[in-house]
Write a protein that binds this ligand. Structure first.
Ligand code: FAD
Length: 311
């Protein structure tokens, strides 16, 4: 039976949704140990999602990445897991990079899917805006694999386990986190919402983004944006969907005044139903849309909002 480790970070007091996606996939593959960067309170949830063993790393206010990577390195050298899974996220990337360098193996990044075989791990990577898949095989052991968010759907295991908890010795590090800045978050979160309404440069002005927010409200949707309007300072980076922003996979994605550049499409093309509103009938967004409205957002959106608010 394969030995699979999963790195999971605690966010807002619970295992991250990305970590639970990886754990759901990992439990199909073999015996799962979770390296949990968080507190003991998250362990029960990890058991619900199939972890049988938790390597608990609780760094307090210490900057954790180097010391966690070092602790994982010494354990990995002893136990030689087949694969160590990370998410394509900030802390994960830091730890994975340091760990790979210290173990002298490569790290396979931006992975959309992977398989464990007799002679190593095979990973799929989307290129050219998701229009082509490149498959890579590694015989490194452990294979270090960084998986994109929303590649797998998180689901509790059929039977809950009580994981065995071991504390990772993190040693001491002089680097401390003295301050952290959290962006104000209200309403449904982009990565989790069932409906996402996004706006692009076709809105014309920063003030017109209000139309996106008003449409989102009755739909209980999260609001997103293209890089064009993030770079222009209309909305914060936290709203950016795409290659250098967030990957979303809602049931419904509504694109308002968005051209559908490849770098935007990679972040939303796997949504269940895509609805696009654009005045240009040849806009590339219509190539992925299930439903297209050729029209001016300033005329279509107020009508849609009015109809929804009247319900
Ligand atoms: P535009 O391309 O200018 O499109 C505006 C659209 O609005 C047009 O199709 C136009 O027909 C339509 N329109 C105009 N007026 C109206 C109206 N009144 N009513 C209806 N429709 C109207 N982009 C991202 O989004 N996310 C990323 O993560 C990202 N990463 C990138 C990474 C790299 C390395 C690079 C090079 C680019 C990246 N980009 C990203 C930028 C991307 O290439 C596009 O420039 C960007 O997505 C375009 O944004 P947009 O659709 O808002 O603007």
């Amino acid at each position: 039976m394969a030995s699979v480790w999963v790195f999971v970070e605690e966010l807002d007091g619970a295992p991250s949704s990305l970590g639970l996606e990886l754990l759901t996939k990992a439990r199909e593959l073999g015996e799962v140990a979770v390296c949990y960067l968080g507190s003991e309170g998250g362990v029960a949830t990890l058991g619900v999602y199939g972890a049988t063993r938790v390597l608990l790393a609780d760094p307090g206010d210490a900057l954790p990445t180097t010391s966690v990577a070092e602790a994982m390195q010494s354990l990995a050298e002893t136990e030689s897991p087949d694969v160590i899974l990370f998410g394509q996220a900030y802390t994960d990337r830091d730890v994975a990079g340091i760990l790979a360098a210290r173990l002298g193996v490569g790290a396979l990044c931006n992975v959309a899917d992977f398989r464990l075989g007799e002679d190593g791990v095979e990973t799929d990577h989307e290129v050219f805006g998701g229009t082509r898949i490149v498959t890579v095989r590694t015989t490194s052991r452990p294979a270090i694999v960084l998986v994109r968010p929303k590649s797998f759907q998180a689901a509790p295991a059929e039977s809950e386990t009580t994981p065995r908890v071991e504390h990772l010795d993190l040693g001491s590090t002089p680097a401390r986190i003295v301050e952290s800045h959290l962006s104000e978050r209200e309403g449904p979160q982009l990565g989790e919402a069932a409906v996402v309404v996004s706006g692009g440069r076709g809105l014309g002005t920063p003030e017109a983004y209000e139309l996106v927010e008003r449409l989102a409200k009755p739909l209980r949707a999260a609001t997103g944006a293209t890089r064009a309007i993030v770079d222009a300072g209309w909305v914060p980076y936290a709203k950016q969907v795409g290659q250098t922003g967030k990957t979303v996979k809602p049931d419904v994605y509504i694109a308002c005044g968005i051209s559908g550049a490849m770098q935007h499409l990679v972040g939303m093309k796997d949504a269940g139903t895509i609805i696009a509103i654009n005045k240009d009938p040849d806009a590339p967004i219509f190539s992925v849309a299930d439903l297209g409205v050729v029209g001016d957002v300033h005329k279509v959106l107020p009508k849609l909002i009015e109809a929804l608010e009247a319900r």
